[in-house]
Design a protein around this ligand. Sequence first.
Ligand SMILES: [Fe+2]
Length: 181
Amino acid sequence: MLQTSAPPSPVPAPSSSSSAPDLATLLEFARATATDPEVLARLALHPTERTWIRLEGPGGSEAWLIGWPPGSETGWHDHGGSSGAFVTALGELSELSLVMPLPSAGWRSLELEEGVDRQRTLEAGRGRAFGPHHVHQVINPSATGHAVSVHVYHPPLPQLRRYARQGDVLSVAAVETQEDW
Ligand SMILES: [Fe+2]
């Protein structure tokens, strides 16, 4: 159970249609793209900054090829109610996530119960799909090597929320829209 600082408000269901790609389709796209040398060759890597290229995903989804310098990370965030998938293409990524889905609106701060943290290591060729209320952070844990990964979201990201975490307390730090990233 969660202890929220404000009563959660109803979360609008993401718009969906029969043509919306399912999680398996998103994951398969990310996996196929992550093993396509022609796509990977288009991405320039930077020594200290993340780099990215926007790609066309399946069924109107939004996709990104991202380069991760050693030690880079996203910070805790959600995906504004979009579902998605990502697959490591080169190197290795570490994902920290919460086992319980969290509404993407209607709260500002909450206390996480013990045992909700998960960590998984995604080496090249491995990935995961996630539903609309997934909260995570992604890290390239390497001290020396870049990682590259493919990410796909449906519907295309309307916004995302960034969270600050202190111990077991997760707080909304910022709400970003496409103009911010
Ligand atoms: Fe993410």
